[in-house]
Design a binder for this molecule. Structure first.
Ligand code: ZN
Length: 145
């Protein structure tokens, strides 16, 4: 068995092709990758909220913190009643009890990754778990132009 799994989700602009039916999210882009990538320590989703659209419900979690990484567009997050703007490069960690909802700006869709992991489950940070594998790095001739 290979030590990796890949999946081609396509363009963020076409994320709506992956329909996740939950409340009024039908037709908007939300793609859970955990099953597709066979992850075992976290769930991750690719999300796109159309310009001018909003989630129509709040939610929270029992055990999972959620890390949001905005990759494009602009919008607002509302957490425990506090509203703040987000844009490309915004990174937000919401602890499980945080009551949350989000919306895109009126002019730009909001695209973000959401990583769910069990709160307090991380056993080491940054590169603490990595180790250098001996050997020279070699690549075949360039394959992508
Ligand atoms: Zn959530």
């Amino acid at each position: 068995m290979a030590n990796y799994t890949t999946f081609e989700a396509g363009s963020w602009n076409d994320l709506g092709q992956h329909i996740f039916k939950l409340g009024d999210l039908k037709g908007q882009g939300k793609l859970f990758l955990g099953d597709l990538l066979k992850t075992t320590g976290c769930e991750i989703s690719m999300n796109r909220i159309e310009a001018g659209k909003s989630y129509l419900f709040h939610h929270k979690h029992r055990q999972q913190e959620e890390i949001y990484i905005v990759v494009s567009g602009r919008g607002e997050f509302q957490i425990d009643g506090e509203i703040f703007p987000v844009q490309e490069g915004s990174v937000v960690n919401i602890r499980p009890a945080g009551v949350r909802t989000y919306r895109a700006s009126s002019e730009e869709s909001l695209c973000y990754l959401c990583i769910q992991a069990t709160e307090n489950s991380l056993t080491s940070h940054t590169i603490g778990d990595g180790e250098i594998v001996p050997g020279k790095v070699e690549w075949p001739a360039q394959r992508i132009d």
